[in-house]
Design a protein around this ligand. Structure first.
Ligand SMILES: *[C@@H]1O[C@H](CO)[C@@H](O)[C@H](O)[C@H]1NC(C)=O
Ligand SMILES: *[C@@H]1O[C@H](CO)[C@@H](O)[C@H](O)[C@H]1NC(C)=O
Ligand SMILES: *[C@@H]1O[C@H](CO)[C@@H](O)[C@H](O)[C@H]1NC(C)=O
Ligand SMILES: *[C@@H]1O[C@H](CO)[C@@H](O)[C@H](O)[C@H]1NC(C)=O
Ligand SMILES: *[C@@H]1O[C@H](CO)[C@@H](O)[C@H](O)[C@H]1NC(C)=O
Ligand SMILES: *[C@@H]1O[C@H](CO)[C@@H](O)[C@H](O)[C@H]1NC(C)=O
Ligand SMILES: *[C@@H]1O[C@H](CO)[C@@H](O)[C@H](O)[C@H]1NC(C)=O
Ligand SMILES: *[C@@H]1O[C@H](CO)[C@@H](O)[C@H](O)[C@H]1NC(C)=O
Ligand SMILES: *[C@@H]1O[C@H](CO)[C@@H](O)[C@H](O)[C@H]1NC(C)=O
Ligand SMILES: *[C@@H]1O[C@H](CO)[C@@H](O)[C@H](O)[C@H]1NC(C)=O
Ligand SMILES: *[C@@H]1O[C@H](CO)[C@@H](O)[C@H](O)[C@H]1NC(C)=O
Ligand SMILES: *[C@@H]1O[C@H](CO)[C@@H](O)[C@H](O)[C@H]1NC(C)=O
Length: 804
């Protein structure tokens, strides 16, 4: 999604953090700024979650476009504190279920409490700089509301704990549980009971998926406790519907069949004894199975309502994970360190660990949900996770395989236990490929079945699903034509984005060929490598950018009979005469998804060398890339552009990649609340892109190669717990990062690994990371560096010898 963004200076020449020797960062969570990207369309979730936790408890505001519940703009009011969220997504507002709310008083007593979202919502307190009085750090969120209530949130995997501190003198503290108000107000068939003695609320409802046709059911179990005093039984209790309360009523059962968005439980409690603050804890277990299971989750995970120890353990989990990546901060601005760790942090929010909460089948395998969507994340997210969290990667891969085993199709955009709409291609393949190409030797010990992984890949590659809007590829067309024809109106899905799908299916088939090669399936390896070449079936050499004949040759839609249709190369770009956006829409007939033909014409990651040839050789290719940047076709706010800054590597001009990447970061990413160019492309596409850029790396998924530039740090190291090894990339002679991204001593002119000259200045083999190595970069201020002169200096491509 293309949002408004701020341009800001990223780094300063003058260091704001100085140290003599790289002492390990023991509290990396302190560098994480969860509010980055929480306004102006970033859709980032700033609340509390464990790494990949199911519960993501956070504030919801009445802002438009609050896909993750929250908006950092203080003009918006808080409406509740709900237990489940996604992060960085588009689509409708997802989840945001089971809001909890505290009333300091209700003017006309229990019966007069204004319980609906519209009536109860309040502004936050506002700080002198105009921002709301909210705070967030990994595993913790707090806010001071204008009604005098302070709210704090933290969580375990399936349970949230909230702490509400009332103003001194509050006579009638009241707590509300909202069963029905999800983010998009889609509830049907709500059920709820409350216990008049314990004030336990059990309930659930059906809700709409945010990006798909199916509905899902979620349940909660909420209990209350006093902190520092005995809360006792509620003095008043009842249900509420809209702005009406029914004192004494203890359940809502099945009588509400229509859409019911405003319903729940309300309690009045005694305040704390005189002299003590009234602090009420609310523990909310969540489940997709039953409210009984939600209670069991809560009792197991937070038995004693100990908010502080839950928070401490949550933060410790983040520190252990984030601390696997260490940077030397000498001569590096604090903002750069914050961007690095914030990017890593946001790379571990989703997919989320819903193990034990899959309502659709019973399995002993892990269950991860909220892949929203693989189209966003396959490019960079999993390659970042591979570097420092392969065990988690294995769990996610096992879950993906189990989903395919039971439903027939890999997840693509799955959310809230449902299949959701496929964006471009079907991009589980490069994710499974990325795992297997890097960890095939460890797969068995990680309980990843190679056979089942391969079966899942073949199902995607070969089988036509009944609904290829939700489940996979238009496989019959793909197999018959070796591209997705624009005029193939077979049943099962919308005839859109055929060019995007073709290019992504080709990359998916490349990933399959890589896996087949490792499994010794030579015929399959050849077959899928051949199909990986299908990208070029859409190359029309006769189409050029209007007014710029030198930018010639374009990926274009093609008919069944082999002739090409024409889509203006500028389509969906800022120069599109039609100003189209190319968002998901069944009536779009242009062939492209969320990026222009000019951008898509660069997407053949597995054979950039052949693309470069088609685009006229090194200098013509460089000119074309320059044109893409200088004319504003490059759009980092959407994922298809991600690889473009690094593509100069293939033309032996890695210094230009370094410059383009650094300019991209300087112009688009900062630590402000508006500091993301687009939405975070599910849970971490932008985040992982940023962390890679700052590490001086860019991945080629499903290969053992990673493109190399210079890091923003004198050194950066990745600890890989699976290998028990640490690889350090050291930028010898590092002098700091130029503020505008241009110039400086940042260009790589030489690389050694463990003291020995390396074959290339442009990429590293995965073996470097397996064994734990010291990679030393020689830097220069001269951008005219090369990949080196040896036979393996250029990064690999299928047409130039393939991938080792
Ligand atoms: C906050 O939102 C208001 C209302 O939509 C808008 O007018 C204002 O520009 C926003 N402020 C910022 C800093 O984005
Ligand atoms: C309720 O609380 C608000 C905020 O503390 C206060 O302004 C208001 O006067 C209170 N009303 C009553 C009836 O106590
Ligand atoms: C809220 O108020 C408390 C004092 O009651 C203060 O400690 C805290 O920093 C404030 N801000 C947030 C976001 O919690
Ligand atoms: C309410 O909870 C108490 C304590 O657990 C239990 O004994 C009682 O049976 C519950 N009441 C109802 C109506 O379920
Ligand atoms: C899973 O197993 C439980 C316990 O045997 C059973 O109640 C439930 O219906 C099963 N769920 C599915 C989706 O099969
Ligand atoms: C793999 O499965 C075995 C047998 O169920 C189990 O003992 C082991 O802990 C599992 N290992 C991992 C990494 O999940
Ligand atoms: C491109 O133009 C040449 C020369 O007119 C023609 O021979 C060729 O068939 C055209 N190719 C396509 C794909 O239209
Ligand atoms: C090819 O198919 C397209 C779309 O169906 C049609 O418009 C065009 O006339 C056909 N061209 C030839 C040469 O058959
Ligand atoms: C050919 O492309 C144009 C422009 O995008 C589109 O309107 C038309 O529907 C396409 N033709 C077919 C048969 O898809
Ligand atoms: C991991 O490596 C360190 C040395 O780098 C060693 O001390 C430790 O014993 C190793 N741990 C395991 C489990 O092999
Ligand atoms: C920081 O960089 C400057 C050059 O920009 C250099 O003179 C200085 O020695 C560096 N400081 C440290 C601590 O390395
Ligand atoms: C880099 O190369 C270009 C063209 O070959 C040349 O114009 C430029 O002066 C060189 N720059 C440096 C710093 O060597």
């Amino acid at each position: 999604m293309k949002g408004v963004y701020l341009l800001a200076v990223l780094s300063l020449w003058l260091p704001s953090v100085q140290s003599q020797s790289p002492t390990p960062i023991t509290d990396p969570a302190s560098f994480v700024l969860p509010f980055i990207g929480t306004t102006n369309g970033g859709h980032v979730f700033p609340g509390a979650t464990l790494p990949h936790g199911m519960v993501k408890v956070g504030m919801d505001t009445d802002s438009p476009g609050n896909q993750a519940g929250y908006d950092a703009n203080a003009t918006f009011k808080a409406t509740g504190f709900s237990q489940l969220h996604d992060t960085g997504t588009g689509g409708g507002i997802s989840l945001s279920n089971f809001k909890i709310w505290a009333f300091p008083n209700c003017t006309f007593g229990f019966q007069g409490c204004q319980t609906s979202v519209e009536s109860r919502k309040v502004l936050r307190k506002v700080l002198p700089d105009g921002s709301p009085d909210d705070f967030a750090s990994p595993g913790y969120f707090s806010s001071n509301l204008s009604n005098g209530i302070r709210v704090e949130l933290t969580s375990t995997r399936r349970t949230a704990i909230h702490r509400y501190t009332f103003s001194p003198g509050t006579a009638e503290p009241r707590m509300l549980v909202d069963i029905t108000n999800d983010g998009s107000q889609t509830s049907t068939f709500p059920v709820m009971t409350l216990n008049t003695t314990t004030a336990r609320v059990m309930g659930g409802s059906e809700f709409a998926s945010s990006f798909g046709p199916q509905r899902y059911t979620a349940f909660t179990c909420v209990d209350f406790a006093g902190q520092g005093f005995e809360l006792g039984s509620p003095t008043e209790f009842g249900t509420w519907l809209g702005d009406g309360t029914v004192q004494g009523q203890t359940d809502l059962n099945q009588q509400y069949f229509g859409f019911v968005s405003e319903m729940g439980a309300l309690f009045t409690f005694n305040p704390a004894p005189k002299g003590k603050p009234t602090v009420i804890l609310a523990r909310a277990g969540v489940s997709f199975i039953s409210s009984e299971q939600a209670c069991a989750n809560a009792e197991e995970e937070i038995p004693d309502f100990d908010f502080d120890s839950v928070q401490t353990e949550n933060r410790a989990a983040w520190n252990e994970l984030l601390g696997r990546v260490q940077v030397d901060t000498t001569n590096v601005s604090t903002e750069t360190i914050q961007l690095m760790y914030s990017g890593l942090y946001r790379s571990h929010i989703s997919p989320a660990d819903y193990t034990g909460e899959n309502p659709r089948w019973n399995s002993t395998e892990p269950y991860y949900d909220s892949y929203y969507c693989n189209w966003d994340t396959f490019r960079t997210l999993y390659s970042l996770i591979a570097l420092h969290d392969p065990e988690r990667f294995a769990l996610i891969v096992r879950a993906m395989i189990d989903i395919q085993r039971h439903e027939g199709w890999l997840p693509e955009c799955r959310g809230a236990t449902n299949q959701q709409f496929i964006q471009g291609g079907s991009n589980g393949d490069p994710i499974l490929g990325e795992f297997f190409v890097k960890f095939s030797e460890q797969a068995a010990s990680l309980n990843v079945s190679a056979d089942d992984l391969y079966t899942a890949l073949l199902a995607d590659a070969e089988l036509q699903p009944p609904n290829w809007n939700l489940q996979g590829r238009q496989a019959n067309a793909w197999k018959e034509f070796n591209y997705i024809p624009q005029d193939m109106f077979d049943a099962g899905g919308a005839n859109t984005k055929q060019v995007s799908r073709t290019l992504e299916h080709a990359f998916g088939d490349f990933a399959i060929s890589q896996v087949a090669k490792i499994l010794g399936k030579t015929d399959d390896a050849a077959k899928y490598a051949q199909r990986a070449g299908n990208s070029f079936n859409l190359w029309n050499p006769n189409v050029s950018v209007p007014g710029t004949p030198s930018v010639a040759g374009m990926m274009q839609p093609r008919f069944k009979n082999g002739t090409f249709n024409f889509t203006d190369p500028r389509h969906c770009s800022i120069h599109d005469p039609l100003m189209a956006t190319c968002f998901l829409n069944a009536v779009d007939r242009d062939g492209f998804y969320e990026a222009s033909p000019i951008v898509y014409s660069q997407f053949v990651p597995h054979d950039t060398a052949r693309l470069l040839k088609l685009q006229g050789g090194n200098s013509s290719f460089i000119n074309r890339l320059d044109f893409i940047f200088e004319q504003g076709y490059f759009a980092i706010d959407d994922e298809p552009s991600f690889q473009i800054p690094f593509m100069y590597h293939y033309a032996n001009a890695p210094g230009k990649s370094t410059q383009r990447t650094r300019i991209t970061v300087a112009e688009n990413f900062n630590t402000s609340v508006g500091g993301l160019p687009g939405n975070d492309g599910n849970s971490g596409a932008m985040a992982s892109y940023t962390s890679f850029a700052l590490a001086g790396l860019y991945p080629v998924p499903a290969t053992r190669q990673i493109l190399l530039s210079s890091p923003y740090f004198p050194s950066i190291s990745f600890f890989n717990p699976l290998y028990n090894s640490t690889t350090t990339i050291k930028a010898n002679g590092f002098e700091g990062n130029p503020a505008d991204g241009v110039g400086g001593k940042v260009f790589v002119e030489g690389v050694t690994v463990n003291g020995k000259p390396y074959k290339s200045n442009c990429y590293l083999d995965w073996d470097v990371f397996v064994n734990g190595s010291l990679v030393e970069l020689t830097l220069t201020t001269n951008p005219n560096v090369t990949c080196g002169s040896g036979p393996d200096a250029l990064p690999p491509s299928l047409s130039t010898g393939g991938f080792s």
